[in-house]
Design a protein around this ligand. Structure first.
Ligand SMILES: N[C@@H](CCC(=O)N[C@@H](CS)C(=O)NCC(=O)O)C(=O)O
Ligand SMILES: N[C@@H](CCC(=O)N[C@@H](CS)C(=O)NCC(=O)O)C(=O)O
Ligand code: FES
Lengths: 104, 104
């Protein structure tokens, strides 16, 4: 579908992409983590995109199997949600992924 | 107002009250914590109460100064949100508050 192609292009063209909601603390935690790591993700606030928000969330679920926010991609790869991202960070695996994605 | 009186009565009549949203992970964390502590809170899922949900959230803000969920009361006292509750738990202050409220 066209929306699916848009998402695939977005995540391959941008090193870090976060699908988020402005009111959601888990989404805020992920955005703060990237800010702390001095990474500037491309963020889509699904609650501020009118009817396109829920549509994107549906298509993301189709592509990634994940229906929730935040939904995080690094280097075109689906990372997961807030807990997944924090886990990688605590294991020291996040920063290597980020450097790899940024130098592409 | 009538809604304000309802809330005040609810939190004084019930040892633990949580105003929550079903889709919210911070709300889930607070509910899980109480479950782990074998406490059975009275939970209001503001997203499942039709137009009353947003109204309750507004009145809670007027009463407590807190506009967000989860909104937690123990022994009739306003505790705060997820971070506040977790902080009290980690400081060992939550369980005394809970015992005190449950034996009223
Ligand atoms: N374990 C997941 C939890 C994700 C989750 O439950 N997200 C909630 C918001 S905190 C959600 O997307 N709820 C449904 C919605 O907002 O559409 C994570 O760490 O990201
Ligand atoms: N630090 C607060 C954060 C509370 C917060 O930002 N809650 C969000 C949901 S996670 C909220 O209520 N957003 C507005 C809304 O859902 O109406 C806590 O620990 O509870
Ligand atoms: S909506 Fe509360 S943590 Fe996501």
């Amino acid at each position: 579908s066209r929306l699916e192609d848009t998402i695939k292009k977005t995540v391959s063209d941008n090193p870090v992409v976060v699908y988020s909601k402005t009111w959601c603390s888990y989404s805020s935690e992920v955005k703060s983590l990237f800010k702390k790591l001095r990474v500037d993700p491309l963020v889509f606030e699904l609650d501020e995109m009118g009817p396109q928000g829920p549509q994107l969330q549906k298509v993301l679920e189709r592509i990634t199997g994940q229906s929730t926010v935040p939904n995080v991609f690094i280097g075109g790869k689906h990372i997961g949600g807030c807990s997944d991202t924090l886990k990688l960070y605590r294991n020291g695996e996040l920063e290597p992924l980020l450097s790899e994605a940024n130098t592409k």
